[in-house]
Design a protein around this ligand. Structure first.
Ligand code: FES
Length: 89
């Protein structure tokens, strides 16, 4: 009963639900499915990729430096640790 990141689903409001690919950031998983997403630095400091986390949990791979509200995430530097629902930018 091992669970890895590969099994988490990412539901993107107004788009579709995709499966998170282990070893990729959330941003990379979204891009992999040809969903248009804003980004710039890809390192957590510009805030261009800022998105709403509607439900679920993420974990940061590097500390986000851009300002984000409690219900916001930076997909460029996080990975889902549960099934999540997000709304892009
Ligand atoms: S792309 Fe710059 S914070 Fe995510």
């Amino acid at each position: 009963m091992s669970k890895n990141n590969d099994s988490f689903m990412v539901s993107i409001k107004d788009h579709k639900t995709v499966q998170h690919t282990a070893s990729k950031t959330l941003l990379e998983t979204i891009e992999l499915h040809q969903i248009e997403v804003q980004y710039h630095c890809r390192e957590g400091y510009c805030g261009a990729c800022r998105s709403k986390l509607i439900c679920g949990k993420v974990e940061y791979t590097t500390d986000p430096l851009a300002f984000i509200d409690d219900d916001e995430i930076l997909p460029c530097c996080c990975i889902p640790i549960s099934n999540i629902e997000i709304k892009l930018g």
